[in-house]
Design a protein around this ligand. Sequence first.
Ligand SMILES: [Zn+2]
Length: 265
Amino acid sequence: MNDKIINEDLLLKAIGSEINVKSEDFEFLFPTYSKSIKVELYCPRCKEKRIFKCSDVTTAGYYLSKSVNEALIVHNNELLIYDFSCEYNHSFKVSFETLGKGNLVKFGQYPSSMYFSKEINDNIIKELDESEKEYYLLSIKSKENNLNIASVVYLRRVFESLIEKAKNKSKTDFTGMKTKDIIKQLVKENLLNEMLKSTGYNVLYSLLSDGVHNLSEEECNEQFKLLKSAIEIILEDEIYKKQLEKRKIRIGSLLSNKNSEKEKN
Ligand SMILES: [Zn+2]
């Protein structure tokens, strides 16, 4: 596979990342009718690694006003746009602008590179509101970029939001209460999943706080997986509860229909 310039690493990089392409490698930026650009990448919709192809000139847009060499070496503001798709037609676009001297800057990608991570749990995504979803994805993105403290900070934001939502459902006055006691009360009122028990939540909360205030990059790196799994377990259990509730309602109504049929007869 020819992934000399356009490769997985580049496609997972943040917007604003610069790359330098040597003049002898310019040809690898352009697919031709006989040679497509192929990259192996995790597909967020297939849920596994797929070969993404930008097949030929018809699926790439080049807005080069000069010859390739001239555009890439001398000129700024020339555009290169790629339209990739996996074999199941799940596509994404990525775009670069020339900066002269063979330098390019990545200025766009849709969907964002955040979604191309196998660490994302799709069931969890559905359960989160917009800001929680953003923090969850940023947490994974930070972890993959080795920003370990940041990854824990974003996880803590998700956790705090879950606590806040549970508090809003409660009638208790939480003024002046410590987080530890708030959690205890919420578990007691069945507003936070009892699965981890209040001790579990408090350990989780203090690990997340420690990450923010005391832990080193290396320590956050070690804790990340456990913290992420703990938050996912809370949400997965919520999903299970909702599904069970729906089934109860459905079965209940089926049984009551049967009952009225029986009475009619
Ligand atoms: Zn796919």
